[in-house]
Design a protein. Structure first.
Length: 194
């Protein structure tokens, strides 16, 4: 976590001993930057949230579409944060014959996914901080392997995304510029290569 805390200019704090992980599934805790580094559950349990028809939102929200995240009543009152990663996986192909693709920043370092946050009050009153990534149309690099990609933010745009100016945050909802990612089959990409 030292490299991440250095990149963000914040102490590692509660995530100082977080082990490196290369495959994270929804429902697991992940490291999130919301002004500091903390752990949140990946996936928002939308208890008490309703859709435009006034019906309860029943499914766990793992990703929120950038085209509607600011308009859907199910997202009223959510916070904004960033999920820092040094890469991610996408899969293509048929069941049981899928190819795993690794996507990482060209030149190494971190990528910052725009995210929304919420707190779920679980049975017994336990408060569970939760996060969901915000997605957009893919850029030309990612399009051959997936129809969506996470909204990636420049390091200097993190305060804008997490700030109070909603219009400025909305303006960041764009595909990542082409040519800035390394994409290859999972066994062929060195996560730590510069």
């Amino acid at each position: 976590m030292g490299a991440l805390s250095d990149a963000l200019g914040v102490p590692a704090g509660a995530v100082e001993n977080e082990p490196a992980r290369h495959n994270i599934a929804p429902g697991q805790e992940i490291v999130v930057f919301d002004g500091g580094l903390s752990r949140m559950r990946w996936g928002i349990v939308p208890v008490g949230r309703v859709n435009a028809r006034g019906r309860p939102v029943m499914e766990q929200i793992i990703n929120a579409r950038s085209e509607s995240v600011f308009d859907k009543s199910a997202f009223d009152g959510v916070g904004r944060a960033v999920i820092p990663v040094n890469g991610w996986y996408e899969w293509t192909g048929e069941k049981r014959r899928k190819t795993a693709w690794r996507i990482a920043p060209k030149g190494g370092g971190f990528l910052y996914f725009a995210a929304i946050t919420d707190v779920w009050t679980a049975p017994g009153g336990l408060l569970v901080p939760q996060v969901a990534a915000v997605t957009c149309a893919p850029n030309a690099d990612v399009a051959p392997i997936h129809h969506r990609m996470g909204v990636l933010l420049e390091r200097d745009d993190l305060p804008v995304w997490m700030g109070d100016d909603l219009e400025a945050a909305k303006a960041l909802m764009l595909p990542w510029p082409e040519g800035r990612l390394v994409i290859g089959e999972a066994g062929d990409v060195d996560w730590d290569a510069p």
